[in-house]
Structure formats: structure tokens, C-alpha cells
Ligand binder design. Structure first.
Ligand code: DGL
Length: 290
């Protein structure tokens, strides 16, 4: 009898695939959508929740202490709400600072998004590379350490833009800013020295790939703009394993949670729906700055 029960248990474990995981993709705003798209492609079977801490946007302007406590408290609330199996921090500004605090506080796995220095250095022929990020990411020790460890023989130009994340949000909302404003923000990435020119620009803010077409058109010369989203999705799949066949007929579409929601215009709602996020909830978490 005992043997039969045991055999039954083993049999069920063998024929029933594990349930589809719930994955929380988190950013300060809409930038994480660039990671979300890749994550959905990598695990189409998963239940996704996209969370935008828009009440705290832009993270690039927050002090390090304020940002750590903000991100930890918002993620704590989201974990209560969503019970994810894994969290993708689709924000360089938060990942380069908050991952140790998040991993210390919560036992679920976190996948971060950090500047793609190593692939940029490997790809560059001119050995002049640039990292286009927020002022917060540029200032981090973490970013400096990545350059020291993986920058190889490249000269790395760090460019911290105060305005581009907002420009990316405007682009998504259907109110694109003029080329000249974008050109001024990306201009410091383009370095010409001793007959060599920058040939790789790592996009180290998840908002920036939303402006990729503009960057490519406006750039003073052609470069490779590196988007870290596919690498983040690969890391997520390494931790969770490959997709499993769907087993329930009642899955809900992915949904989006906003901590403020003040800027959610009809065109933004439409843009979210087009990206697979037709359901939006507001979970108010106002930012109290000291
Ligand atoms: N999307 C965020 C990042 O990757 C930053 C935008 C912000 O300043 O909030 O760094």
C-alpha cells in the first residue's frame, strides 16, 4: 500500500508540469517595457505583471538612500500583491544600487539590469565606447567597478542624461520631443580621438531603447546601440528554466500596476494595450521626500 502511494506520487510528479511562474517586471516608469517585451518572448507561458513606480519617477534624481528605501518598500508591497516567483528589476538606476538590499530582504530571485560594459567592450573595434545612462547610474560605484573589471582596453565615456527618460515617456505618449533636444543629450556619447571614433553606445537606462529609432537617425555617425533587454530575458530563463506547455485555459492577460497613475493618458493606455498590457490597476504609493 505504501509502495503504491509512493508510486502514485512519483507518477503525478512525472506527468504534471510545474505551474507557470508569475514574473514581476519593475521599473520607475515605462522604460521597463523594453525588457518586458523580451521577457514575454522568452517565457510566453508565464503570468506577467508589469509594475511602474511612476509616483517615484524619475529615479535618476533621487539620492541613493532615498532610492534604496523607496525601491525596497514598493517592491515589498508588490510582492504582497502579486506573489511573484521572480522579480526582474528592469531599471539600471535601481539595479546598480538596490539589488543587495532587495536580495537581503526577500528570498525570491531577482534579475537586475546593469550597464552592458562587457559586451560593449567585446564588440568595439575602435576601443571607444560610451555608456548612456541616468545621472544616478553614472555616479554609482557599481558602474565604475563594471568598467574597471570588464572595460578591457576600451576608453569608456560615461554620459548621464537628466532629460532622456522623460523624452522616452513623451515619445510613448505620442508627444515626441524635437530631434534637436535628443541630439543635445546624446552628443557627448560621440567621441572622436586620434582618428578613432566611438563605435558602441551601451543604452544603460531601460527607457532609452524606446528612442532607438530617433537615436539611429540623429546620431552624428553610425554606432551600435546596445539594448540589454535580450540578455536580461536570457538570465531570467536561466533561473526559471525554459517555457512549459500551457495547462490552464483560464490564464489572464498580463496586467500593469502603477503607483501614481497621474500621467496615464488615453494614448499611454493604448500604448500599454498594444504591448500586451490591457489591464491597468493603480496601487497608490505616494513618494514622501525628506
Ligand atoms: N528606466 C530607468 C533606468 O533603467 C531610469 C529612469 C528614471 O530615472 O527613473 O535607469
Amino acid at each position: 500500500m505504501r509502495i503504491d502511494l509512493l508510486a502514485g506520487t512519483i507518477y503525478r510528479a512525472a506527468v504534471m508540469p510545474a505551474p507557470a511562474p508569475t514574473i514581476l517586471v519593475f521599473d520607475s516608469g515605462f522604460g521597463g517595457l523594453t525588457v518586458f517585451s523580451e521577457a514575454v518572448k522568452a517565457r510566453p507561458d508565464a503570468q506577467f505583471v508589469y509594475a511602474a513606480d511612476d509616483a517615484g519617477f524619475p529615479y535618476g534624481r533621487l539620492s541613493e538612500d532615498a532610492l534604496i528605501s523607496r525601491v525596497v518598500s514598493v517592491i515589498a508591497r508588490l510582492i504582497d500583491l502579486v506573489s511573484p516567483d521572480l522579480v526582474v528589476v528592469a531599471c539600471n538606476t535601481a539595479s546598480t544600487l538596490c539589488l543587495p538590499a532587495l536580495r537581503a530582504r526577500f528570498s525570491i530571485p531577482f534579475v537586475g539590469t546593469v550597464p552592458a560594459i562587457k559586451p560593449a567592450a567585446a564588440l568595439s573595434r575602435s576601443k571607444l565606447i560610451s555608456v548612456l545612462a541616468t545621472p544616478g547610474t553614472v555616479a554609482r560605484d557599481y558602474t565604475r567597478d563594471l568598467i574597471a573589471t570588464y572595460g578591457g582596453d576600451c576608453s569608456v565615456t560615461l554620459v548621464g542624461s537628466r532629460r532622456l527618460a522623460g523624452f522616452a515617456e513623451a515619445e510613448l505618449a505620442g508627444c515626441p520631443v524635437p530631434d534637436g533636444d535628443i541630439a543635445a543629450e546624446i552628443a557627448p556619447c560621440f567621441v572622436s580621438r586620434d582618428g578613432a571614433r566611438t563605435d558602441v553606445v551601451a543604452l544603460a537606462c531601460t527607457h532609452y531603447p524606446l528612442l532607438l529609432e530617433r537615436f539611429t537617425r540623429i546620431a552624428p555617425w553610425p554606432v551600435t546601440f546596445l539594448d540589454p533587454a535580450p540578455a536580461v530575458a536570457r538570465r531570467m530563463t536561466q533561473l526559471l528554466g525554459p517555457p512549459i506547455p500551457r495547462q490552464r485555459a483560464d490564464e489572464q492577460a498580463a496586467w500593469a500596476v502603477f503607483t501614481g497613475g497621474a500621467g496615464l493618458s488615453d494614448s499611454l493606455r493604448w500604448a500599454l494595450a498594444e504591448r500586451g498590457l490591457p489591464r491597468i490597476t493603480i496601487e497608490p504609493m505616494p513618494l514622501h521626500q525628506s
